[in-house]
Ligand binder design. Sequence first.
Ligand SMILES: Nc1ncnc2c1ncn2[C@@H]1O[C@H](COP(=O)(O)OP(=O)(O)OP(=O)(O)O)[C@@H](O)[C@H]1O
Ligand SMILES: [Mg+2]
Length: 390
Amino acid sequence: MPCYESQKQRRKKLSSDKPSIAELKKRLMDLVDALKETEKTVSSEVDDTAADSHERQGRADRIVGVDIGTSRIVSLVQKADGDISGDLDLNGFVRVPHSEVTLQMLKKNNMKYQLSGADIAVLGYGAQEFAALMNGEMQRPMKVGLLTPDEAEAVPMIRAIIRSLVRQTSNPEDTLCFSIPAPRQGYESELIYHRAIFQKLFTAMGYNTMSISEGMAVVLSELAKENYTGIGISMGAGMCNICFSFLSVPVLVYSIPKGGDDIDISVSRVTNESISRVRLYKENSLDLERAPVNKIEEALHIFYEDLILMLLKGIAHVFMQAQTEHLPKLNRALSVVIAGGTSMPKGFMMRFERMLKQINLSIEIANVRLARDPLRATARGCLIRAGVGD
Ligand SMILES: Nc1ncnc2c1ncn2[C@@H]1O[C@H](COP(=O)(O)OP(=O)(O)OP(=O)(O)O)[C@@H](O)[C@H]1O
Ligand SMILES: [Mg+2]
């Protein structure tokens, strides 16, 4: 294919005049300066992330950031005129028997679907609605941040959801960066496979494709004024991704295999409520600031505390280990930024900070804050990375 050919040629050219790390850092700093000047933040739909990145991307028509999460896929696109738009959908599907009536109903309601053998697979938010109607749960193509091997249709389903959010391109200068989870011991092969599948998918869609670890994406999105020095955390559905970055270099990148899904499952077990009811309650009514007013809330408080404690103990352990090895000498306190849907209930930050005070982290923390838009911070970091280029 001609488009593929030209990408190959471009890569060959890039490898011969690859920019140095210092040059990449400078580009990153320039990008952030442009961002600071506008003083806009990523709001729900529009952002201004990489104002001048198209110049650096040659004749790019668009740069794209995609957060591929266990429960949600978020995309942000910046066009050549600087305009930024975003879209997101749930990373799930439900199979329903094929019928003309169902098909018409899906079309009429603009619901996403994919024909799948004798069934119709309803995708994204539509799948959640169908699952609720059928008193069931939607299926997920991913678990704990990675493509699930036990769902034969994981790849076709996620491909269909992605294609509904990201447009194909014929311009080989267009760059896309997608998020990947941090490596986890025992899951090295799964991560290589996961990354390769998406690399292939986006390359086939015409993009010059790259990936970034989710924690580092949070750092790029939120720690510009700290010169990308600090800790970025994404608390998602399947896992928590953590990155300690020093002057934009990811020094410690790791994950813990627990997130919002685990809270839902644990609360469902001890309260005998369905997982979806627990999740709805958690997302719409939970307030971690006030004393629990019922059994679901009591259990949600307990399992939130358990997750935060695990996260903090993990940070303490990892920094302790690293301090004797390769950690740069830190002469200042670090900022911590938390993103991801699991950080969104009311009172979360208060609870987090209170628990942080009780843990000896062996590093000094200057401040802890919530990302400006917790559900889009990773996609925003991906967009910034795509704007910097190879
Ligand atoms: N307002 C809210 N309050 C509490 N939890 C929420 C809220 N909104 C979303 N969540 C939870 O956040 C999680 C999804 O977060 P997010 O979209 O960041 O995860 P993800 O990126 O898809 O997953 P991962 O990064 O683990 O692969 C789910 O567990 C969801 O129930
Ligand atoms: Mg995530």
